[in-house]
Design a protein around this ligand. Structure first.
Ligand SMILES: Nc1nc2c(c(=O)[nH]1)N[C@H]1C(S)=C(S)[C@@H](COP(=O)(O)O)O[C@H]1N2
Ligand SMILES: [Mo]
Length: 424
């Protein structure tokens, strides 16, 4: 079932972004010709903590607005009141930085069988950048909103919509006050156009879709966005209430004004009938060895299996590695920077026999939720979770199964009769 509406071609725009990013960028198939998407990551991206801009994926629906930083404003509406220029944002408020692992909610969609519509991402739609800007709480506190209460913050993108759908997403005001920023820098550089210049919302640990680019309005509301709740023309609720929700085939999710929990996994376990993609589910990817070429090691040395693991705004508790295709597991060590909302590095010293091995990583979060083995068949829905499977869903969202992300590696020991390559 197509879960999203058709749009005009974006190929020229994709070409321009690919050209600007230079080298190593793979365009991900956009079967329906809808999205501007660039999957710029390779396995090696996941062997490092900080993702260079050139390796960070891009994903959006409409044209990149031709933004004039001199005239761009962010309107504060609803229970907030005011209007801020980019210059005011930069000079009147504290400048802070946040580390954020951004993952498109459609990452892993391409692992669904049968295929779902839209971009067939593997694991490349994820990256960790350091974003700098203004705390949302600082801006709201000076514009009439002292505390979060139970309200919602709706961010609206200034991207011109090819159809009538305004790009609007709501997050709980408590999350906005907690750690969200209006970012104008990425990895120490001016925010690139395709990542939201001049200003975007960064929601640490939450799926990409919540991180509205080209923000032109922040609306403080009693409920999350529903049809007609914004003071502007167009459809307001498509991106919140219809797209980016998990559901079986043949279902149109009913809109909600609020939900009891925003934790995506808790929703999936049954708390919300058709979950919203808010915080990212627990996930890991091995970065090295990449499997691209045989690994040759001296007989007395081990191979470092290294990668990253994340769990939205929950902490990663544990990462296990299997070197026999999932039959047995050993604990990896977590190391490196530890920021809420950003991934952790893991490493495992592997003492392999010569031959071909299948490597998998499997992470568990601080609430004990562990990556399932595979994506279920389309009929299973929630029951899949009891079988260590992730529920196939019609939009292909939030998939975090480990088997599809495994690496097949050929190991040679120096001194083997095979000719040796360099050590990876
Ligand atoms: N205004 C606007 N913001 C948007 C989008 C969009 O289409 N329009 N796409 C969202 C989606 S689906 C993702 S995954 C992230 C991707 O952010 P990036 O391109 O900086 O990686 O942006 C989000 N913010
Ligand atoms: Mo996305």
């Amino acid at each position: 079932m197509p879960t999203e509406q058709p749009r005009k071609s974006r190929h020229e725009e994709i070409d321009a972004i690919v050209a600007a990013k230079e080298g190593g960028v793979t365009e991900t198939r956009d079967e329906a010709d809808k999205y501007t998407v660039v999957g710029a990551a390779t396995r090696a991206t996941f062997a490092n903590w900080l993702t260079p801009i050139e390796e960070h994926f891009v994903c959006h629906r409409n044209d990149v607005p031709d933004a004039d930083v001199e005239t761009w404003t962010v309107s504060l509406t609803g229970h907030a009141d005011g209007q801020l220029s980019v210059d005011e944002l930069k000079t009147n408020y504290p400048r802070v930085g946040v580390a954020h692992t951004m993952e498109c909610a459609g990452n892993g969609r391409g692992q669904h069988r049968p295929e779902t519509g839209s971009v067939q991402w593997g694991f490349e739609a994820a990256g960790t950048a350091f974003w700098a800007g203004v705390p949302v709480s600082s801006v709201l506190r000076t514009h009439g909103v002292e505390s979060p209460d139970d309200r919602w913050l709706t961010a609206v993108g200034g991207d011109p919509s090819a159809g009538d759908d305004v790009f609007a997403r709501s997050i709980p005001l408590s999350k906005a006050f907690d750690d969200c920023i209006l970012a104008y820098e990425m990895n120490g550089e001016q925010l690139p156009e395709e990542h939201g210049y001049p200003v975007r919302l960064v929601v640490p640990g939450w799926y990409g879709v919540n991180n509205v680019k080209w923000v032109e309005e922040l609306r403080v509301m009693d409920e999350m966005v529903t049809e007609g709740s914004l003071d502007r023309p167009g459809n307001h609720a498509y991106w919140q209430q219809e797209a980016y929700r998990l559901h079986p085939d043949g279902v149109t999710p009913a809109p909600n004004e609020s939900v009891d929990t925003v934790d995506t996994w808790t929703q999936l376990e049954g708390a919300v009938e058709h979950p919203y993609t808010f915080d990212a589910t627990v996930m890991s990817v091995i970065g090295t060895p990449s499997g691209d070429s045989p690994v040759t090691v001296p007989t007395d040395e081990t191979v470092e299996v290294r990668g990253v693991a994340w769990a939205g705004d929950d902490a990663v508790e544990r990462v296990e590695i299997s070197t026999d295709g999932g039959d047995s597991w050993s604990d990896a060590d977590l190391f490196g920077p530890e920021y809420a909302g950003a991934w952790r590095l893991f490493r495992y010293d592997w003492d392999p026999e010569p031959g071909t091995h299948v490597l998998n990583s499997r992470a568990t979060d601080e609430l004990g939720r562990r990556q399932p083995a595979r994506i279920s068949n389309p009929d299973a829905w929630r029951a899949a979770l009891d079988d260590d499977e992730f529920p196939w869903n019609a939009g292909g969202y939030a998939a975090n199964a480990y088997e599809p992300n495994g690496v097949t590696v050929e190991v040679r020991r120096s001194g083997d009769s095979e000719p040796t390559d360099r050590i990876e």
